[in-house]
Design a protein around this ligand. Structure first.
Ligand code: CA
Length: 223
């Protein structure tokens, strides 16, 4: 079980190393420097023995327990794992809204018991098939709350990264995303979203490998 939990963290570490090397800082803006610094720091943090994925059942090894449907649709477990692992699967979300303009998601609330800065990542995939269109928007997102059971949101959902799933049948990485909690935050909610923008069809997407790593070093030592 321990190895299964750690596998997505290792994947995030690899992507962070790539981000640190390739961050486009040809123009030395503050945002660019911050991105590179965050990536380098995340490599340090994740490379330490303290790195731990704080998302329960973020790899969907056997079910979607702990995650809740939010909107018109279905949330079921799928054996189509993001890494092709035979011992794991993914969350399969379907948006059954009768017309366009409606979002359906699934979510998990995680009380903040340690740290105030989070590095988030996840994967999503849209399978090709009848009724599927990449004009619909599928992506992971997060939101902070001022209570521990995620009933009072602070602002709207924020995407893990730019864009949506852009190609059929290909697992797409979202993040790493550095999310700094507002002072009043007591919980973070992780989400998978499908926004139905095409009137016909029933959009479906798969989500897997939700990782959240928290470490107080982000704020106390470097920001
Ligand atoms: Ca999985």
């Amino acid at each position: 079980m321990r190895l299964i939990i750690q596998r997505p963290v290792r994947g995030l570490l690899s992507r962070l190393k790539d981000a640190a090397r390739t961050a486009p800082c040809s123009q030395p803006t503050a945002g660019c420097r911050g991105l590179r610094r965050a990536a380098l720091l995340a490599v340090f943090v994740l490379g330490s023995a303290q790195a731990q994925n704080l998302v329960p059942n973020g790899a969907f090894d056997s079910d979607t327990s702990g995650w809740q449907l939010d909107g018109a649709g279905q949330l079921v477990w799928s054996p189509m794992d993001a890494n092709g692992a035979p011992g794991s699967g993914a969350a399969q979300l379907t948006n059954t809204s009768p017309s366009s303009g409606f979002g359906t998601g699934f979510k998990r609330c995680i009380p903040m018991t340690s740290g105030t800065a989070w590095i988030l990542s996840a994967k999503a995939m849209v399978p090709s098939g009848v009724g599927q269109s990449l004009l619909n928007e599928s992506r992971p997102a997060y939101r902070f709350y001022s209570d521990t059971n995620c009933s009072t949101p602070i602002g709207g959902p924020i995407d893990f990264g730019p864009g949506n799933v852009a190609q059929f049948d290909l697992w797409q990485n979202f993040g790493p995303r550095l999310a700094v909690a507002p002072p009043q935050a007591q919980a973070i909610e992780l989400r998978g979203l499908i926004s139905k923008l095409v009137a016909s069809g029933t959009p479906m997407a798969l989500f897997d490998d939700y990782v959240a790593v928290s470490d107080t070093a982000f704020l106390n030592g470097f920001e």
